[in-house]
Write a protein that binds this ligand. Sequence first.
Ligand SMILES: Nc1ncnc2c1ncn2[C@@H]1O[C@H](COP(=O)(O)OP(=O)(O)OP(=O)(O)O)[C@@H](O)[C@H]1O
Length: 361
Amino acid sequence: MTLRLDRVTKSFGSTEVLHEVSLEVPDGTRLALVGSSGSGKSTLLRLIAGFERPDAGTISLDGRELASPSSVMPAHRRGIGYVAQDGALFPHLSVARNIAFALPRGAGRAARVRELMELASLDPALADRMPHELSGGQQQRVALARALALRPGVILLDEPFSALDTGLRSQTRSAVIDVLERSGVTAVLVTHDQDEALSFGQQVGVLAGGRLVQAGDPAAVFDAPIDAGVAEFLGDVVVVPARSAGTDLADCAFGCLAVRHDRSGGAERVCAMLRPEQLRLDPSGGEGNATVVAVRRTGASAELRLRLGAAEFPVEVTHRVPLHEAGRFEPGCPVRVAVDGGVVLYPEGDQPPTAATAPVA
Ligand SMILES: Nc1ncnc2c1ncn2[C@@H]1O[C@H](COP(=O)(O)OP(=O)(O)OP(=O)(O)O)[C@@H](O)[C@H]1O
Protein backbone atom coordinates (compact mmCIF):
# COMPACT_ATOMS: atom_id res chain seq x y z
CA MET A 1 0.00 0.00 0.00
CA THR A 2 1.17 3.54 -0.67
CA LEU A 3 1.86 5.58 2.44
CA ARG A 4 1.63 9.35 2.14
CA LEU A 5 2.40 12.11 4.59
CA ASP A 6 1.40 15.62 3.65
CA ARG A 7 2.93 18.52 5.64
CA VAL A 8 2.77 16.71 8.95
CA THR A 9 3.62 18.91 11.95
CA LYS A 10 3.83 17.88 15.59
CA SER A 11 4.71 19.75 18.78
CA PHE A 12 5.03 18.62 22.36
CA GLY A 13 4.09 21.60 24.50
CA SER A 14 5.71 24.63 22.93
CA THR A 15 8.45 22.58 21.21
CA GLU A 16 7.90 21.80 17.54
CA VAL A 17 9.34 18.32 16.97
CA LEU A 18 8.29 17.83 13.34
CA HIS A 19 7.74 20.59 10.80
CA GLU A 20 5.71 20.07 7.62
CA VAL A 21 7.08 16.65 6.77
CA SER A 22 5.82 15.37 3.42
CA LEU A 23 6.81 12.04 1.92
CA GLU A 24 5.46 9.17 -0.13
CA VAL A 25 6.43 5.51 0.14
CA PRO A 26 5.08 3.70 -2.93
CA ASP A 27 3.45 0.29 -2.54
CA GLY A 28 5.90 -2.50 -1.72
CA THR A 29 8.93 -0.22 -1.37
CA ARG A 30 11.20 0.58 1.58
CA LEU A 31 12.10 3.97 3.01
CA ALA A 32 14.83 4.50 5.61
CA LEU A 33 14.63 7.65 7.71
CA VAL A 34 17.93 8.68 9.21
CA GLY A 35 18.76 11.53 11.55
CA SER A 36 20.67 12.29 14.68
CA SER A 37 19.21 11.76 18.13
CA GLY A 38 16.21 14.01 18.76
CA SER A 39 15.61 14.80 15.07
CA GLY A 40 12.05 13.42 15.31
CA LYS A 41 12.40 9.94 13.76
CA SER A 42 10.49 7.98 16.39
CA THR A 43 7.81 10.65 16.66
CA LEU A 44 7.23 10.36 12.92
CA LEU A 45 6.84 6.57 13.18
CA ARG A 46 4.52 6.94 16.16
CA LEU A 47 2.32 9.33 14.17
CA ILE A 48 2.11 6.83 11.30
CA ALA A 49 1.39 3.97 13.70
CA GLY A 50 -1.38 5.99 15.39
CA PHE A 51 0.23 6.39 18.81
CA GLU A 52 0.29 10.19 18.39
CA ARG A 53 -1.97 12.70 16.60
CA PRO A 54 -0.57 15.31 14.16
CA ASP A 55 -1.15 19.00 14.92
CA ALA A 56 -1.30 19.76 11.20
CA GLY A 57 -1.12 17.80 7.95
CA THR A 58 -2.50 14.42 6.95
CA ILE A 59 -1.34 10.80 6.83
CA SER A 60 -3.01 8.43 4.37
CA LEU A 61 -2.69 4.87 3.12
CA ASP A 62 -3.75 4.17 -0.46
CA GLY A 63 -5.73 7.43 -0.36
CA ARG A 64 -7.59 6.47 2.85
CA GLU A 65 -7.01 9.10 5.54
CA LEU A 66 -5.47 7.71 8.71
CA ALA A 67 -4.88 10.91 10.58
CA SER A 68 -5.37 14.65 10.44
CA PRO A 69 -5.79 17.19 13.24
CA SER A 70 -9.56 16.63 13.12
CA SER A 71 -9.81 12.85 12.80
CA VAL A 72 -7.61 9.99 13.89
CA MET A 73 -8.12 6.34 13.08
CA PRO A 74 -7.21 4.12 16.08
CA ALA A 75 -3.88 2.32 15.76
CA HIS A 76 -5.40 -1.19 15.71
CA ARG A 77 -7.59 -0.36 12.68
CA ARG A 78 -4.80 1.03 10.49
CA GLY A 79 -3.38 -2.24 9.18
CA ILE A 80 0.12 -1.19 10.19
CA GLY A 81 2.70 -3.47 11.82
CA TYR A 82 5.29 -2.12 14.26
CA VAL A 83 8.63 -3.60 15.26
CA ALA A 84 10.24 -1.91 18.26
CA GLN A 85 13.95 -1.50 18.97
CA ASP A 86 14.16 -4.48 21.32
CA GLY A 87 11.55 -6.58 19.52
CA ALA A 88 9.27 -6.30 22.57
CA LEU A 89 8.36 -10.01 22.52
CA PHE A 90 6.06 -11.28 25.28
CA PRO A 91 8.62 -12.92 27.59
CA HIS A 92 6.18 -15.51 28.97
CA LEU A 93 5.05 -16.77 25.53
CA SER A 94 6.86 -19.21 23.22
CA VAL A 95 7.99 -18.17 19.74
CA ALA A 96 4.91 -19.75 18.14
CA ARG A 97 2.55 -18.12 20.62
CA ASN A 98 4.22 -14.73 20.20
CA ILE A 99 3.75 -14.95 16.43
CA ALA A 100 0.17 -16.22 16.78
CA PHE A 101 -0.75 -13.56 19.32
CA ALA A 102 -2.91 -11.36 17.06
CA LEU A 103 -4.18 -14.18 14.82
CA PRO A 104 -7.81 -15.25 15.21
CA ARG A 105 -8.26 -18.66 16.80
CA GLY A 106 -9.18 -21.34 14.32
CA ALA A 107 -8.04 -24.04 11.97
CA GLY A 108 -5.63 -21.92 9.93
CA ARG A 109 -3.75 -20.45 12.89
CA ALA A 110 -0.99 -23.05 13.24
CA ALA A 111 -0.44 -23.17 9.48
CA ARG A 112 -0.09 -19.38 9.35
CA VAL A 113 2.46 -19.47 12.18
CA ARG A 114 4.48 -22.09 10.24
CA GLU A 115 4.25 -19.97 7.10
CA LEU A 116 5.42 -16.84 8.98
CA MET A 117 8.32 -18.72 10.57
CA GLU A 118 9.37 -19.91 7.15
CA LEU A 119 9.02 -16.39 5.74
CA ALA A 120 11.25 -15.06 8.52
CA SER A 121 13.75 -17.92 7.97
CA LEU A 122 13.16 -19.23 11.49
CA ASP A 123 13.91 -22.90 12.02
CA PRO A 124 10.62 -24.72 12.93
CA ALA A 125 12.52 -26.28 15.84
CA LEU A 126 12.49 -22.85 17.52
CA ALA A 127 8.68 -22.76 17.75
CA ASP A 128 8.54 -23.87 21.40
CA ARG A 129 11.52 -21.86 22.62
CA MET A 130 10.99 -18.92 24.94
CA PRO A 131 12.28 -15.46 23.86
CA HIS A 132 15.21 -15.54 26.34
CA GLU A 133 16.42 -18.76 24.66
CA LEU A 134 16.91 -16.94 21.31
CA SER A 135 19.74 -14.80 19.96
CA GLY A 136 19.06 -11.09 19.47
CA GLY A 137 18.80 -11.59 15.70
CA GLN A 138 16.32 -14.46 16.10
CA GLN A 139 14.25 -12.35 18.48
CA GLN A 140 14.06 -9.57 15.90
CA ARG A 141 12.94 -12.04 13.23
CA VAL A 142 10.22 -13.37 15.55
CA ALA A 143 9.12 -9.77 16.18
CA LEU A 144 8.98 -9.20 12.43
CA ALA A 145 7.01 -12.42 11.84
CA ARG A 146 4.56 -11.34 14.55
CA ALA A 147 4.19 -7.88 13.01
CA LEU A 148 3.51 -9.45 9.59
CA ALA A 149 0.92 -11.93 10.92
CA LEU A 150 -2.14 -9.90 10.01
CA ARG A 151 -0.76 -9.02 6.58
CA PRO A 152 -0.34 -5.29 7.28
CA GLY A 153 -0.16 -2.85 4.37
CA VAL A 154 2.80 -1.11 6.00
CA ILE A 155 5.41 -2.18 8.49
CA LEU A 156 7.30 0.27 10.69
CA LEU A 157 10.71 -0.63 12.07
CA ASP A 158 12.05 1.54 14.89
CA GLU A 159 15.83 1.03 15.11
CA PRO A 160 15.28 -2.75 15.06
CA PHE A 161 18.97 -3.65 14.80
CA SER A 162 20.49 -1.20 17.24
CA ALA A 163 20.74 -3.66 20.13
CA LEU A 164 22.66 -6.23 18.01
CA ASP A 165 26.45 -6.45 17.68
CA THR A 166 28.02 -5.45 14.40
CA GLY A 167 28.26 -8.90 12.79
CA LEU A 168 24.79 -10.03 13.76
CA ARG A 169 23.47 -6.64 12.86
CA SER A 170 24.31 -6.74 9.15
CA GLN A 171 23.30 -10.41 8.94
CA THR A 172 19.90 -9.70 10.57
CA ARG A 173 19.45 -6.62 8.41
CA SER A 174 19.86 -8.62 5.18
CA ALA A 175 17.53 -11.33 6.54
CA VAL A 176 14.89 -8.70 7.36
CA ILE A 177 15.22 -7.04 3.94
CA ASP A 178 14.70 -10.49 2.34
CA VAL A 179 11.56 -11.06 4.43
CA LEU A 180 10.17 -7.63 3.55
CA GLU A 181 10.89 -8.22 -0.12
CA ARG A 182 9.25 -11.65 -0.12
CA SER A 183 6.16 -10.34 1.66
CA GLY A 184 5.86 -7.32 -0.65
CA VAL A 185 4.97 -5.07 2.28
CA THR A 186 5.66 -1.31 2.27
CA ALA A 187 8.22 -0.57 4.98
CA VAL A 188 9.60 2.42 6.86
CA LEU A 189 12.75 2.03 8.97
CA VAL A 190 14.16 4.63 11.31
CA THR A 191 17.81 4.52 12.23
CA HIS A 192 20.66 6.79 13.20
CA ASP A 193 23.08 4.52 11.31
CA GLN A 194 23.95 6.04 7.94
CA ASP A 195 25.18 2.83 6.33
CA GLU A 196 22.04 1.03 7.43
CA ALA A 197 19.87 3.80 5.99
CA LEU A 198 21.77 3.89 2.70
CA SER A 199 21.55 0.12 2.23
CA PHE A 200 17.98 -0.48 3.38
CA GLY A 201 15.72 0.48 0.56
CA GLN A 202 14.68 2.38 -2.49
CA GLN A 203 14.52 5.72 -0.65
CA VAL A 204 16.41 7.38 2.14
CA GLY A 205 15.11 10.44 3.98
CA VAL A 206 17.29 12.67 6.15
CA LEU A 207 15.63 14.32 9.16
CA ALA A 208 17.32 17.23 10.89
CA GLY A 209 15.68 19.35 13.55
CA GLY A 210 12.26 17.92 12.72
CA ARG A 211 12.47 18.72 9.01
CA LEU A 212 12.89 16.28 6.17
CA VAL A 213 15.85 18.05 4.60
CA GLN A 214 16.42 15.60 1.75
CA ALA A 215 14.85 12.41 0.42
CA GLY A 216 15.42 10.25 -2.62
CA ASP A 217 17.37 7.38 -4.10
CA PRO A 218 20.16 6.51 -1.60
CA ALA A 219 22.96 6.70 -4.18
CA ALA A 220 21.71 10.07 -5.43
CA VAL A 221 21.43 11.51 -1.90
CA PHE A 222 24.91 10.23 -0.99
CA ASP A 223 26.30 11.60 -4.24
CA ALA A 224 24.74 15.06 -4.01
CA PRO A 225 23.83 15.92 -0.42
CA ILE A 226 21.70 19.04 -0.12
CA ASP A 227 24.26 20.77 2.13
CA ALA A 228 27.61 20.09 3.73
CA GLY A 229 25.94 19.08 7.00
CA VAL A 230 24.01 16.26 5.29
CA ALA A 231 27.15 15.31 3.34
CA GLU A 232 29.09 14.85 6.55
CA PHE A 233 26.22 13.12 8.33
CA LEU A 234 26.03 10.47 5.58
CA GLY A 235 29.74 9.65 5.46
CA ASP A 236 33.30 10.93 5.74
CA VAL A 237 33.99 14.10 3.78
CA VAL A 238 36.88 16.26 2.72
CA VAL A 239 35.78 19.89 2.41
CA VAL A 240 38.20 22.54 1.11
CA PRO A 241 37.89 26.21 0.07
CA ALA A 242 37.37 26.54 -3.70
CA ARG A 243 36.72 28.99 -6.51
CA SER A 244 34.46 28.46 -9.50
CA ALA A 245 36.61 28.21 -12.62
CA GLY A 246 34.04 28.38 -15.38
CA THR A 247 31.39 25.88 -16.38
CA ASP A 248 31.52 22.74 -14.26
CA LEU A 249 35.06 23.36 -12.99
CA ALA A 250 36.46 24.52 -9.66
CA ASP A 251 39.94 25.39 -8.42
CA CYS A 252 40.93 24.17 -4.99
CA ALA A 253 43.91 22.80 -3.09
CA PHE A 254 43.72 19.59 -5.19
CA GLY A 255 43.95 21.56 -8.46
CA CYS A 256 41.25 22.25 -11.03
CA LEU A 257 38.49 19.65 -10.61
CA ALA A 258 35.21 18.78 -12.34
CA VAL A 259 32.06 19.87 -10.47
CA ARG A 260 29.56 17.00 -10.41
CA HIS A 261 26.90 18.97 -8.52
CA ASP A 262 26.75 22.67 -7.84
CA ARG A 263 24.84 23.30 -4.60
CA SER A 264 26.42 26.72 -4.05
CA GLY A 265 23.39 28.64 -5.30
CA GLY A 266 25.72 31.03 -7.13
CA ALA A 267 27.51 32.08 -3.90
CA GLU A 268 30.62 34.15 -4.44
CA ARG A 269 32.72 32.16 -1.98
CA VAL A 270 32.39 28.41 -2.26
CA CYS A 271 33.84 25.21 -0.86
CA ALA A 272 34.29 21.84 -2.55
CA MET A 273 33.23 18.52 -0.99
CA LEU A 274 34.57 15.13 -1.95
CA ARG A 275 34.66 11.72 -0.29
CA PRO A 276 38.00 10.34 1.02
CA GLU A 277 37.49 7.27 -1.23
CA GLN A 278 38.04 9.61 -4.19
CA LEU A 279 41.63 10.43 -3.15
CA ARG A 280 44.55 8.50 -4.64
CA LEU A 281 47.94 8.99 -3.03
CA ASP A 282 51.22 8.31 -4.78
CA PRO A 283 54.36 8.72 -2.66
CA SER A 284 56.69 7.30 -5.32
CA GLY A 285 58.99 10.27 -5.91
CA GLY A 286 58.43 12.75 -8.70
CA GLU A 287 56.73 16.04 -8.19
CA GLY A 288 54.24 16.03 -5.33
CA ASN A 289 51.38 18.47 -4.82
CA ALA A 290 51.25 17.68 -1.09
CA THR A 291 53.58 17.09 1.82
CA VAL A 292 53.16 14.52 4.58
CA VAL A 293 53.06 16.44 7.86
CA ALA A 294 52.44 13.52 10.22
CA VAL A 295 51.62 9.80 10.25
CA ARG A 296 49.60 8.33 13.12
CA ARG A 297 48.84 4.62 13.39
CA THR A 298 45.30 3.79 14.61
CA GLY A 299 44.54 0.06 14.75
CA ALA A 300 44.18 -1.42 11.26
CA SER A 301 44.82 1.88 9.50
CA ALA A 302 46.97 4.97 9.71
CA GLU A 303 46.02 8.63 9.55
CA LEU A 304 48.13 10.82 7.32
CA ARG A 305 48.15 14.54 7.78
CA LEU A 306 48.82 16.16 4.42
CA ARG A 307 49.50 19.78 3.53
CA LEU A 308 48.26 20.81 0.09
CA GLY A 309 47.84 23.78 -2.21
CA ALA A 310 50.89 25.88 -1.56
CA ALA A 311 49.75 29.23 -2.90
CA GLU A 312 46.08 30.11 -3.15
CA PHE A 313 44.30 27.41 -1.13
CA PRO A 314 46.63 26.11 1.58
CA VAL A 315 44.90 23.41 3.52
CA GLU A 316 45.67 20.41 5.72
CA VAL A 317 43.78 17.20 5.10
CA THR A 318 43.64 14.09 7.23
CA HIS A 319 43.46 10.91 5.17
CA ARG A 320 43.26 7.29 6.32
CA VAL A 321 45.24 4.54 4.58
CA PRO A 322 45.49 0.80 5.38
CA LEU A 323 48.24 0.12 7.92
CA HIS A 324 50.28 -1.94 5.44
CA GLU A 325 50.56 1.14 3.21
CA ALA A 326 51.55 3.51 6.01
CA GLY A 327 55.25 2.66 5.69
CA ARG A 328 55.30 4.30 2.24
CA PHE A 329 54.62 7.70 3.79
CA GLU A 330 57.23 9.51 5.88
CA PRO A 331 56.75 12.95 7.48
CA GLY A 332 58.29 15.60 5.22
CA CYS A 333 57.95 13.54 2.03
CA PRO A 334 56.22 14.88 -1.08
CA VAL A 335 53.11 13.00 -2.21
CA ARG A 336 51.10 13.22 -5.40
CA VAL A 337 47.39 13.41 -4.51
CA ALA A 338 44.95 12.81 -7.36
CA VAL A 339 41.16 12.96 -7.20
CA ASP A 340 38.86 10.46 -8.91
CA GLY A 341 35.56 11.94 -10.03
CA GLY A 342 34.28 15.41 -9.31
CA VAL A 343 33.37 17.56 -6.35
CA VAL A 344 30.15 19.07 -5.00
CA LEU A 345 30.16 22.82 -4.42
CA TYR A 346 28.51 24.47 -1.42
CA PRO A 347 28.51 28.09 -0.27
CA GLU A 348 31.54 28.81 1.92
CA GLY A 349 30.64 28.81 5.58
CA ASP A 350 28.46 25.78 4.89
CA GLN A 351 31.31 23.51 5.94
CA PRO A 352 30.43 21.15 8.74
CA PRO A 353 32.70 21.26 11.78
CA THR A 354 34.97 18.43 10.68
CA ALA A 355 38.33 17.18 11.77
CA ALA A 356 39.03 16.03 8.21
CA THR A 357 40.27 19.39 6.99
CA ALA A 358 41.68 22.52 8.51
CA PRO A 359 42.81 25.67 6.72
CA VAL A 360 46.47 26.42 7.29
CA ALA A 361 47.01 29.71 9.12
N1 LIG B 1 5.91 12.39 24.44
C1 LIG B 1 6.79 13.40 24.37
N2 LIG B 1 6.66 14.50 25.15
C2 LIG B 1 7.55 15.52 25.06
N3 LIG B 1 8.60 15.54 24.21
C3 LIG B 1 8.79 14.47 23.42
C4 LIG B 1 7.90 13.35 23.45
N4 LIG B 1 8.33 12.44 22.55
C5 LIG B 1 9.44 12.97 21.98
N5 LIG B 1 9.70 14.18 22.50
C6 LIG B 1 10.81 15.08 22.10
O1 LIG B 1 10.76 15.21 20.70
C7 LIG B 1 12.07 15.26 20.14
C8 LIG B 1 12.19 14.19 19.07
O2 LIG B 1 12.14 12.92 19.72
P1 LIG B 1 12.20 11.56 18.89
O3 LIG B 1 12.16 10.46 19.88
O4 LIG B 1 11.18 11.58 17.83
O5 LIG B 1 13.63 11.70 18.24
P2 LIG B 1 14.52 10.57 17.55
O6 LIG B 1 15.08 11.19 16.31
O7 LIG B 1 13.75 9.31 17.40
O8 LIG B 1 15.66 10.40 18.64
P3 LIG B 1 16.47 9.07 19.08
O9 LIG B 1 17.33 8.69 17.90
O10 LIG B 1 17.30 9.57 20.24
O11 LIG B 1 15.47 8.04 19.47
C9 LIG B 1 13.03 15.10 21.31
O12 LIG B 1 13.49 16.38 21.68
C10 LIG B 1 12.18 14.48 22.39
O13 LIG B 1 12.64 14.85 23.67
